[in-house]
Write a protein that binds this ligand. Structure first.
Ligand code: DGT
Ligand code: MG
Ligand code: MG
Ligand code: MG
Ligand code: MG
Length: 258
């Protein structure tokens, strides 16, 4: 078909392809989730069904987008790592970020009732997205360390904060008391004042959630023979483990390998 006279407008669409051979990280974050958590009566500081729903959405994204090799989530955010060799949407930033975030948000609504059978979704949740290139393996690992350290720092603070508030003080008093305290002091406060051993707090809250493709045996019925067939498949699996140290990476050499 002949080009229409309007077709020149296509030239206004600028190229936004991302640097080749770099790790791509799409980070999505809930918009106004302070308000969203209040509107839906989320438990403070951690709402288990809410976090399980976030994890289920991340699994849904990984099932759909094979180029995602790992995802890490905490609070109202999730980071999706695409392999440096990925050529998804010829590495166009807006296509990649918008596809990941819309799949995540749609899954959040689609899976809501499975995680909150007794709670009605009050209004549509919204997430923002950005995509960042990390040139080296150590830049990528430092990025993930940054997010997991953020999870730890916030969770330790928030656990103390809500214990103080639940013991009858005001939020202002809790804030004043925690100002300037270091981690060891917060651990000590939890233990001696509230009888909480911080290391016994669930790992999902302390470490966040990592989704990796783990090999598992999947049994299905063959349509041809009617017999059971066992296949080894790589299934997106949610773990609550340390990703700052060496062990996680040493035991999964395929993650950073080309
Ligand atoms: P934003 O991202 O700038 O649009 O604003 P927010 O309000 O989403 O702020 P953000 O992303 O910095 O912080 C996450 C908020 O989500 C924070 O206020 C606490 C809330 N939130 C996340 N997970 C939970 C949870 O499990 N329970 C409760 N009660 N709140 C949560
Ligand atoms: Mg947010
Ligand atoms: Mg924010
Ligand atoms: Mg956030
Ligand atoms: Mg189309």
């Amino acid at each position: 078909m002949a080009k229409s006279k309007y077709e020149y407008v296509k030239q206004f669409e600028l190229d936004d392809s991302l640097l080749p051979n770099t790790w791509l990280v799409v980070r999505i974050d809930g918009r106004g989730f302070h308000k969203f958590a209040t509107a839906h009566g989320f438990t403070k500081p951690n709402d288990r069904p809410g976090l399980d729903l976030m994890n289920a959405c991340a699994v849904a994204v990984m099932k759909d987008i094979q180029d995602v090799v790992l995802a890490y989530g905490e609070s109202d955010e999730y980071s999706f790592v695409l392999h440096r060799s990925s050529n998804l949407y010829t590495r166009r930033a807006s296509k990649i970020a918008s596809t990941v975030v819309s799949l995540f948000a749609a899954s959040y609504v689609f899976l809501w009732s499975r995680h909150f059978p007794e709670k009605t979704l009050q209004y549509p949740p919204c997430f923002d997205a950005r995509v960042v290139c990390y040139p080296s393996d150590s830049n990528l690992r430092d990025y993930l360390c940054w997010r997991q350290a953020d999870c730890h720092i916030n969770n330790l603070y928030n656990t103390c904060f809500w214990e103080i508030v639940h013991s009858g003080r005001s939020e202002k008093e809790a804030e004043d008391e925690l100002r300037g305290t270091v981690a060891s002091e917060k651990n000590e406060m939890l233990f001696s004042r509230f009888g909480i051993n911080y290391n016994a707090v669930p790992e999902m809250f302390r470490k966040g959630s990592v989704v990796v493709r783990e090999e598992a045996e999947v049994t299905s019925l063959s349509a041809k023979t009617g017999l059971e067939v066992v296949r080894r498949k790589r299934i997106p699996t949610v773990l609550h483990v340390d990703i700052i140290g060496e062990e996680f990476w040493k035991s999964r050499p395929e993650l950073l390998g080309s």
